[in-house]
Design a binder for this molecule. Structure first.
Ligand code: AMP
Length: 121
């Protein structure tokens, strides 16, 4: 796994160098609207610490940071009013996952039926 790139776009968002449409924020977590939404609701949830992907976060983040991230999902889903209709959460990871931004992020998608989980073309 590559080292964390401190100049990746989400690191710049966390440093306030690039604007974002914040949905939720606490000490450990930032959630903001995806700039290129793939569904009526498309939000990215990121930890504030420097983790490249889900595995890296799972292995290296503190218990407190991991708990805060997990707990934030419930709050964010309620803010987005997705708790009744449901949603999909995706963490694209590495080459096969087609991860573009090398800072761990969870996509939360909803607002309409989302079709099959995997489409390979
Ligand atoms: P992934 O392919 O899982 O790495 O997804 C990266 C996501 O980040 C894509 O859905 C992009 O639309 C989104 N994205 C890239 N730049 C920004 C930005 N400045 N603000 C919000 N979302 C972004």
């Amino acid at each position: 796994m590559a080292d964390y790139d401190p100049d990746n776009i989400f690191a710049k968002i966390l440093k306030g160098e690039i604007p974002n449409k914040t949905v939720y924020e606490n000490e450990h977590v930032l959630a903001f609207e995806d700039i290129n939404p793939q569904a009526p609701v498309h939000v990215l949830v990121i930890p504030k610490g420097p983790y490249t992907d889900m595995r890296d976060f799972s292995k290296r983040a503190s218990e407190e940071a991991q708990m805060a991230f997990s707990r934030s999902i419930g709050d964010i889903v309620e803010i987005l009013e997705l708790e009744k209709t449901g949603f999909r959460a995706i963490a694209n990871t590495g080459i096969n996952g087609l991860q573009e931004v090398p800072h761990y992020h969870l996509h939360i998608l909803g607002g309409q039926p989302l079709g099959r989980m995997i489409h390979i073309s």
